[in-house]
Design a protein around this ligand. Structure first.
Ligand code: CP
Ligand code: NVA
Length: 312
């Protein structure tokens, strides 16, 4: 790279934008940041920097953990609710992206369409990170794998089973399996399987194994990690009743968890619907690590901000 030339900006639109080394570096850094915070130390290397949060869907964890991460690193978050911006009056994503590039150092976007996110990123001069679309939720899965590292010591030699909808979070798990070489099984009802293109791309990369079935009982057999998520994602509220009927056998309850390995951990990105995709007793039980998952979003988002904005 020539002196004075800025490195090309790098987006995280899907986990396929990252290499195995990128992910390993993020896990290592996020774990260090967590230990530092526990020891009462905070870094302030993002002083004078700003993170935009352009959100077109509700959020508790992703929004607040990104905002808190930026504040604890000495920088400033700027929340931009799409409905309160000119986007709601039709200003194109490409114009918004070029304008925000002049004010901010990075943008986290939560929206419906992955194509819209890609268009936004194409016109942005600053890094863009996907804070959830209908298709992917990459940052969620990064912090979840960090949680698996903490609880299991490794993510490669274990069986990870997804139970439920083949949705955005499931797609990011499939991407992660292809980058890190995971042993991933997904149990989803017919008609709610992951997108075949997402599966095909993972298999083309030839790393790890991704198995798909409609049998949740077989899928959890011997699993070290069981992961579930809501049956109707944001934007699918009108399908709620139909989905609730179809997904009944996919509830992660005590009987299902009994079939897994003795030391299985149960994960959920939250928010959870008790007695739908997960029973209250499993969610609140000894195998559940959902609150650790939520916490780790803060540390992982800090790692992303430091690496991507450049405060290391
Ligand atoms: N897990 C997650 O993304 O939660 P929020 O929708 O609250 O951000
Ligand atoms: N699949 C869920 C995840 C929420 C964090 C949704 O998109 O609503």
């Amino acid at each position: 790279m020539k002196k004075g030339k800025l490195p090309m900006k790098k987006d995280i639109l899907t986990l396929l934008d990252l290499t195995e080394k990128d992910m390993e570096d993020l896990f290592r850094l996020a774990l260090s940041l967590k230990a530092e915070k526990r020891a009462g130390r905070l870094r302030s290397t993002l002083s004078g920097k700003s993170l935009g949060l352009l959100f077109d869907k509700p959020s508790t964890r992703t929004r607040i953990s990104f905002e808190a991460a930026m504040i604890q690193l000495g920088g400033s978050p700027v929340f931009i609710g799409a409905s309160e911006s000119q986007i709601s009056r039709g200003e194109p994503a490409r114009d918004t992206a070029r304008v925000l590039s002049k004010y901010l150092d990075m943008v986290a976007v939560r929206t419906f369409s992955q194509d819209l996110l890609a268009e936004f990123a194409r016109f942005s001069d600053i890094p863009v990170v996907n804070a959830l679309t209908d298709r992917y939720h990459p940052c969620q899965v990064l912090s979840d794998i960090m949680t698996i590292l903490e609880k299991k010591g490794d993510y490669r030699e274990i069986k990870i089973t997804w139970v439920g909808d083949g949705n955005n979070v499931a797609h990011s798990w499939i991407n992660a399996a292809a980058v890190l070489g995971l042993n991933l099984t997904l149990a989803c009802p017919e008609g709610y399987m992951p997108d075949p293109q997402v599966l095909q791309e993972a298999r083309r990369r030839g790393k790890g194994t991704v198995t798909v079935t409609d049998d949740p009982q077989a899928a959890v057999s011997g699993a070290h990690v069981i992961y579930t998520d809501v049956w109707a994602s944001m934007g699918q509220e009108r399908e709620q009743a139909v989905r609730k009927a179809v997904f009944q056998p996919f509830c992660v309850n005590e009987a299902l968890v009994e079939r897994a390995a003795g030391d299985v951990i149960v994960m959920h990105c939250l928010p959870a619907h008790r007695e739908e995709e997960i029973s209250a007793s499993v969610l609140e039980g000894a195998r559940s690590v959902v609150w650790d998952q939520s916490e780790n979003k803060l540390h992982m988002h800090k790692a992303i901000l430091l690496k991507w904005i450049g405060g290391l």
